[in-house]
Ligand binder design. Structure first.
Ligand code: C2E
Ligand code: MG
Ligand code: MG
Ligand code: MG
Length: 284
């Protein structure tokens, strides 16, 4: 038994473990309180038509200001999923996003990320339905993004939930396509309306032949299946022009616009703001 071994190394290890556990417990505790404390907020990232450059909608991305620090969703969402806080956080995000989008006088769509844990919550579809009615957002303006890894958790329950979501009239996008498992069978089995190519294939595709080949294949796959493809993580004009040449429908990334509070995009969400004010505005 390791405890039998005396010495400072073990005690150091033990203390480090205890500290880590403590940090984790504290984070879980803080996460449960975050929504009520007003520490959560949403930022919005524009999605454009690759051909015309027109902004067609936004993806909503959650942010957590914990004390003075901004914690990345890549860090806190998995923890929220494990400790169960995701249901309340997800509900907060959905209500905020539907409410925001319902107030835009320019009826652009909004995409929201839904965790697999949240999707499989009993009553999730009823909750979303109630939120749509409460906020007055037409379901056709809402897109739900599900990551591919979500799909392997519980095939039948996921399929049922997605079918019921679709029956509400919302669209469903497969997020981070290419990074999960058995992508191709998932595309056939689940009722997706859109494919989002993971950023890892888009980054540097103008210089990397393998990335370019994968992106080209996914665009072809989407075409064959009748599903529009959006590329995420477009950072340069050169990546954008390759995507446009390959016939990718949608683009999202720092080159088009960074995620920002919705007020930043007021000229897009309000009427009389016909001219998009982003890098793509000049693209014919
Ligand atoms: P995602 O849904 O794939 O979102 C795209 C991520 O890529 C975002 O990171 C976005 O800020 C980042 N991104 C966009 N364009 C670029 C680019 O050109 N270059 C680079 N390097 N990055 C770019 P973010 O906001 O940190 O979110 C990370 C992940 O956290 C999201 O990945 C999503 O899976 C999850 N997430 C975010 N918001 C929510 C939420 O409200 N609910 C749930 N369940 N998950 C969320
Ligand atoms: Mg997403
Ligand atoms: Mg993604
Ligand atoms: Mg991602």
């Amino acid at each position: 038994h390791a405890k039998a071994e005396p010495g400072s190394a073990w005690r150091f290890f033990e203390r480090a473990m205890a500290e880590e556990l403590n940090d984790r417990r504290l984070m879980e505790h803080d996460l449960r309180a975050a929504a009520a404390l007003g520490e959560l907020f949403m930022v919005y990232q524009p999605q454009a038509c690759a051909r015309t450059g027109r902004i067609q909608g936004f993806e909503a991305l959650i942010r957590w200001r914990r004390g003075g620090d901004l914690v990345s969703p890549a860090t806190f969402i998995p923890i929220a999923e494990e400790c169960g806080a995701i249901s309340a956080i997800g509900e907060w995000a959905l209500r905020r996003v539907c409410g925001d989008a319902a107030s835009w006088t320019n009826p652009l769509y909004v995409a929201v990320n839904v965790s697999p844990v949240q999707l499989l919550d009993t009553g999730f579809v009823e909750l979303l339905h109630a939120l749509l009615l409460e906020t007055g957002l037409p379901p056709t303006r809402l897109e739900v993004e599900i990551t591919e890894t979500a799909l392997i958790r519980d095939f039948l329950r996921t399929l049922t939930a997605l079918r019921r979501l679709k029956a509400l009239g919302v669209r469903i996008a497969m997020d981070d396509f290419g990074t999960g498992y058995s992508s191709l069978s998932n595309l056939r089995a689940f009722p997706f309306d859109k494919i989002k190519i993971d950023r890892s294939f888009v980054s540097g595709l103008d210089q990397n032949g393998q990335s370019a080949a994968i992106v080209r294949s996914v665009i072809g796959l989407g075409r064959g299946l009748g599903l529009p493809v959006t590329a995420e993580g477009v950072e340069t004009e050169s990546e954008l022009s390759v995507l446009r040449e390959e016939g990718c429908e949608g683009v999202q990334g720092y080159h088009i616009g960074r995620p920002a509070p919705i007020e930043t995009f007021e000229d897009l969400t309000r009427p009389g703001a016909a001219a998009p004010s982003c890098a793509l505005a000049s693209v014919a």
